[in-house]
Design a protein. Structure first.
Length: 134
């Protein structure tokens, strides 16, 4: 589960009209960095919880994320289309309640609006310890 429901108060005024997970970093939305890494890690499905301006996230990514390498013809077995489900909270309840509100069977959850280079390898190895993850 990628948690993307928050208001992004510390990023105001940028988040007044754009949800924090859609703010651009190095030419792509923050949330896209996570989706790319999960697609590369052969993730089977992802659930994104939304609230503040969540319809923009759904409009941007839709129900399937296709890794840019796959669409550029550099497809390997790990970079296929990643199905996306959404859990709309209606309002931001905070991280702990957000995971519960999603009624998700997720084995792992992480913030969809922050990213650190190299952090995903450990995340995927940790998650794989629980079998298939979403």
């Amino acid at each position: 589960m990628l948690m993307a429901a928050g208001r992004g108060e510390r990023m105001r005024p940028l988040t007044d009209h754009c949800p924090k997970p859609l703010l651009q970093v190095h030419g792509k939305p923050l949330l896209q960095w996570h989706l790319q890494a999960l697609a590369e890690g052969a993730c089977k499905q992802v659930v994104i919880n939304t609230a503040w301006l969540g319809e923009q996230i759904q409009q941007h990514f839709g129900t399937r994320f296709t890794h840019p390498q796959a669409s550029a013809g550099h497809h390997d077995n790990r970079c296929g289309a990643l199905p996306i489900r959404y859990s709309d909270e209606g309002r931001d309840f905070g991280a702990a309640l957000g995971v519960g509100a999603g009624r998700s069977t997720s084995r792992s959850a992480r913030s969809g609006s922050s990213w650190a280079r190299g952090e995903n390898g450990g995340f995927l190895r940790f998650s794989e310890g629980y079998g298939s993850f979403t």
